[in-house]
Write a protein that binds this ligand. Structure first.
Ligand code: TPP
Length: 271
């Protein structure tokens, strides 16, 4: 997809995310809206994948470690043809396979998450397995900044570097806000780039809402040999909607009808 269509699609994704949340009456807007461009560039430009054959052995894998951001994950998967957009209306409804945290019942989902801090270890295992089987697919792991406070993330970071897993690309959605407040007030992550670097990773820092910057970072990852890559994507929680941006109150709360209408007006005006 070209840059212009991706930028248009980002607005459309935000609309669908908000509509899906409003219809469900619950869910996570903040960390979904911050990660729109990350998912869009991954699925629209980066991945080798076949939505009609989601278990194709040579596909690149996306592990969503911050598993609560199902609105952006399911909107992405539906728009890229893993299942129908109509199904988004069942999000978080009784009996639907589209529940609040990612689940492998859903085509395109590689790993069940929700309990933070586990995705990178799983990504390492998949990546090591690929090397043992002589496969050259890539493994992407999308993480939250609050999630990085989990010790298991740093054990996994050590493991990936030790095994020289240059087929692993961690993407940190660094939106600076977690569930109950600013990440660096709750437990400071800085100096974050230096931490990853000290753990032996190739580190890239980008504007996580810039499609061009994200594309360039993924290209860089593809060229690196002998160590894993982390892309620290600087983003805004609740990106695109003024009354949600940077607010932890919108971490896990769906807009009501009135708030949805206000949000959609902003998206149209900003387009
Ligand atoms: C192990 C664990 N502890 C606590 C939670 C509850 N929880 C869900 S989301 C979240 C905040 C995560 O913040 P961040 O990783 O920054 O996610 P984002 O801002 O991108 O939504 C928390 C504490 C959880 N899911 N798992």
């Amino acid at each position: 997809m070209d840059i212009k269509s991706l930028k248009k699609k980002a607005v459309d994704f935000r609309r669908q995310i908000l509509e899906t949340l409003e219809a469900a009456g619950s869910g996570h807007p903040g960390g979904s809206l911050s990660a729109v461009e990350i998912f869009l560039v991954l699925y629209g430009c980066q991945l080798k994948h076949r939505p009609a054959d989601p278990c194709w052995d040579d596909r690149d894998r996306v592990i969503v470690s911050k598993g609560h951001v199902t609105p952006v994950v399911y909107v992405t998967l539906a728009n890229f043809g893993y299942f129908s957009k109509e199904e988004l209306k069942t999000f978080r409804k009784f009996g639907s396979r589209l529940q609040g945290h990612v689940h492998t019942k859903v085509p395109g989902v590689e790993f069940n998450t929700g309990s933070l801090g586990h995705g990178l270890s799983f990504a390492n295992g998949v990546a090591l397995g690929a090397k043992m089987r002589g496969k050259n697919f890539k493994v992407y792991c999308v993480m939250g900044d609050g999630e990085l406070q989990e010790g298991s993330v740093w054990e996994a970071a050590m493991t990936a570097a030790h095994h020289k897993l240059d087929n692993v690309c961690a993407v940190v959605d660094y939106n600076k806000v977690q569930e109950n407040g600013p990440t660096n007030e709750i437990k400071n992550l800085e100096p974050l780039a230096q931490k990853w670097s000290a753990f032996g990773w190739h580190v890239l820092e980008v504007d996580g809402h810039s499609i061009e910057a994200l594309k360039a970072a993924f290209d860089d990852f593809n060229a690196v040999r002998g160590r894993p890559t982390v892309i620290i994507a600087n983003t805004f929680k609740g990106r695109g909607i003024s009354f949600m941006e940077g607010k932890c109150a919108w971490h896990g709360k769906a807009p009501n009808k009135e708030q949805l209408a206000m949000a959609l007006r902003e998206l149209i005006d900003g387009d």
